[in-house]
Design a binder for this molecule. Structure first.
Ligand SMILES: C[S@@+](CC[C@H](N)C(=O)[O-])C[C@H]1O[C@@H](n2cnc3c(N)ncnc32)[C@H](O)[C@@H]1O
Length: 298
């Protein structure tokens, strides 16, 4: 797969909430294949875009896509959590976008090991500089640690039984591929395809991915720090794809919107999260679990 068949999620809603008519700097914290970024640059010639991604391959795709606008683009192969430390004038920032999680580009690359729909190595690293892989977690974590992981990050009912089965399997043979893990999950969860039911492996793979990439680490701290750095009327838009992430975003935004000593940092622009229309889900299945929340600095 390359960047050309990628559809950005909730595109018009993102552009509306970012209010991209304004001149200034917009920051795409998770640039991925540059889908949202391209539209921002196309629709306003007075915008400079700063993009972050921890996945170097995605960043290269984004660079190609944004090449016609290269004089207005700055890209960083970095975790967006370092954004508040960037030496720059934050007073020109108009909007910040986080489109969290894994991209279709990553999911559809079997060698990355993100998807149980493809045979591949148990890797799941977004940043290949990272030392922890899904392979290490599955083959080295204790039974107790694995069970906690599947319960906390996958919200899987059979987390203890699955952890026990993994330990017994790996005693006989190292678990190395996505398919090996898929078969263990299907056996323990007694999976039978049923309309409207999520495959239990989706929860297990989600849990592993969150652990490998430390996806929830300091998300709340980041939102707090960046909210304090951006100027008045600066906006933050966050799209999440699972309830753990959405909960962190919702609570952090709420806390910062509550006035403390008669000073609050944020105004919430979305009382309820914005979700994709049925038409969008029909044309882009990945969008089905997206939730968008937006705030403005006051
Ligand atoms: C859902 S995709 C973004 C898609 C993008 N909005 C587009 O339209 O092409 C999420 C991207 O965020 C990146 N990512 C995830 N966590 C990150 C982090 N902490 N810092 C920087 N990038 C991150 C992933 O590597 C992935 O490329």
């Amino acid at each position: 797969m390359n960047g050309n068949n990628h559809i950005p999620v909730l595109l018009e809603e993102v552009l509306d909430f970012l209010d991209i008519k304004r001149e200034g700097i917009y920051i795409d914290c998770t640039i991925g294949l540059g889908g949202h970024a391209l539209e921002i640059l196309k629709r306003n010639p007075n915008v400079t875009l700063i993009g972050f991604d921890i996945d170097e391959k995605s960043l290269l795709e984004a660079k190609k896509k944004l090449q016609p606008y290269e004089n207005r683009v700055e890209l960083y192969h970095s975790d967006f959590r370092y954004l508040p430390d960037l030496k720059m004038d934050f007073s020109h920032i108009r909007g910040i976008l986080l489109d969290l999680g894994v991209s279709s580009f990553q999911l559809d690359s079997p060698e990355r090991g993100f998807s149980f729909n493809h045979e591949g190595p148990l890797d799941m690293r977004m940043d290949l500089r990272n030392k922890i892989t899904a392979l290490k977690i599955i083959n080295k974590y204790s039974e107790h640690k694995l069970a906690d992981l599947f319960r906390e990050y996958g919200e899987l009912r059979q987390s203890k039984r699955l952890a026990r089965e993994i330990i017994s399997h790996r005693r006989a043979k190292k678990i190395e591929t996505t398919t090996q893990l898929l078969h263990i999950v299907e056996k323990i969860c007694r999976w039978r395809p049923q309309k409207g039911k999520t495959h239990p492996a989706a929860k297990v793979f989600q849990a592993l991915r969150i652990e490998v990439n430390q996806e929830l680490r300091s998300l709340s701290g980041f939102l707090e720090r960046i909210s304090q750095k951006i100027p008045k009327k600066g906006r933050i838009i966050a799209i999440s794809f699972h309830s753990l992430e959405d909960r962190i975003i919702k609570h952090t935004f709420r806390q910062l919107a509550v006035s403390e000593n008669s000073h609050s940092f944020l105004k919430i622009l979305t009382k309820k999260p914005i979700i994709p229309s049925e038409e969008e889900v029909a044309s882009n299945f990945r969008a089905r679990s997206a939730k968008l929340r937006a705030v403005e600095r006051v």
